[in-house]
Design a protein. Sequence first.
Length: 206
Amino acid sequence: MDNKEINWLEYENKAYEKGYGLVCGVDEAGRGPLAGPVCAAAVILPKGHIIEGVNDSKKLTEKRREALYDVIKNEALAYSVAFADEKEIDSLNILQATYLAMRRAVEGLSVKCDYALIDGNRMPPLDNDAETVIKGDAKSASIAAASILAKVTRDRLMLELAEKYPQYQFEKHKGYGTKLHYEMLDKFGPSEIHRQTFLKTWYAKK
């Protein structure tokens, strides 16, 4: 489907038609990496507003995501970004830690939303009404905006962590389980920001 043929406000408008006033989109970044936190973002866009160029963050270049990051922050009614760190991931499991990050993002909004559109097919425990939207980052303007904020924020954090832990070269793989990352693990062992529960297969080979 061509990007222009997508009704980017379909889910937002349905919520407005039900009587909700402020609708936020929620998405996460970083469920899969071996190191670092999972990040979630919540974005409330003005009613009827689509930010030109916004799409699923995975479909955009890094340069385009970076450019849209500032536009989204400037044009959103409210936005919030939150994390669940590697220790919380190990303690809770990645799904529950993702829920925690999403809840923190929604609760961190400067304006309380009435309704949340959650990317995916699983519902985090929230205090407001919500629905899940499968592949929502490619269907909903507010979820797509949230996906960009979450992705850019987490990538920037991993660049900071690359300076603190230069031996792992996080700037190249952002903590994901690439061949290079596993080679660095073999050479240096895991750091304090690695997710121990994600390294079971690696440990089993040692």
